[in-house]
Design a protein around this ligand. Structure first.
Ligand SMILES: [Zn+2]
Length: 267
């Protein structure tokens, strides 16, 4: 495992506001949290960014899913289901700028990446960037920030294009895939390399599919995906079958394959 490196500082705000503005906005948000005091992002209890009960609610319960990309199944690992405290904390970070929550989320991302990296023979970790509009609105890129807090050495090879595709819900799946893939620009560093994609939340998997297609088109081989949280879905053409990993799976040593994972309780 060769992901224990300090992450570069250049991935902030890929495709969004200028790095200087982003850093200034984040510093202001952190300073404000210190001066004004904060409420727990999970339950609203006062004076703690995250109370003990909610911190315990962020313990990992890893899930393994299979993302179908043009009939090639890809393993996707998530640290826990996207509900309850995990959902509220992720939303507080992303939509309220509560960047102090990147630290507890970093532990979860680390767990998911460790599981995805194990046995994958991957060489690079590539984060999925925010859309241009979201990065500009937030002033920071959540995945890049959390990866940095996790000490992950990521390669920011994916960039989103200004404008991007039309809203996903107005399109059928096939159109959506093509439109989503056109949102990305891929840097040359991934050509001929085997990569693991890193994202914050997986819902339908549409974004990951588009990122996988864009990376493949650029000559990269995608070994798998890791995310902090996932929304289990059971219906629809784009649904991802998820299952919880057992403790034995999580401790499984390298050289494992998807078939090595034993099924835990149903998601
Ligand atoms: Zn709480």
């Amino acid at each position: 495992m060769s992901i224990e490196h300090r992450a570069p500082d250049t991935e902030l705000c890929a495709g969004g506001a200028s790095p200087i503005v982003a850093v200034a906005q984040r510093a202001l948000a952190d300073a404000w949290a210190l001066v004004a005091g904060v409420d727990c992002a999970g339950c609203g209890a006062s004076d703690r960014a995250l109370c003990g009960t909610c911190a315990r609610g962020l313990r990992s319960r890893p899930l393994l899913g299979e993302l179908d990309v043009h009939s090639h199944p890809l393993p996707v690992t998530a640290a826990l289901p996207y509900d309850g405290v995990a959902r509220r904390v992720l939303l507080a970070l992303k939509e309220e700028g509560r960047t102090e929550l990147a630290r507890p989320l970093a532990r979860l991302l680390r767990t998911a990446v460790d599981l995805a990296w194990r046995g994958s023979r991957a060489e690079l970790l590539v984060p999925v960037p925010s859309s241009w509009a979201a990065a500009g609105r937030r002033g920071f890129d959540p995945v890049a920030l959390i990866a940095r807090r996790a000490g992950l050495d990521v390669t920011p090879a994916l960039r989103t294009v200004r404008g991007g595709a039309a809203p996903q819900k107005s399109r059928v799946l096939a159109e959506r895939l093509v439109a989503d893939a056109s949102r990305w620009r891929v840097g040359p560093r991934v050509r001929g390399r085997r990569v693991v994609l890193v994202d914050d939340v997986v819902t339908s998997g549409a974004t990951l599919r588009a990122a996988v297609l864009a990376l493949r088109e650029a000559g990269a081989e995608v070994a798998g995906c890791a995310a902090i949280a996932a929304t289990p879905r059971r219906v629809g053409a784009s649904s991802i079958p998820w299952r919880f990993l057992s403790t034995a799976d999580q401790g499984h040593d390298d050289n494992g394959t998807r078939e090595d994972y034993r099924e835990g309780k149903e998601a």
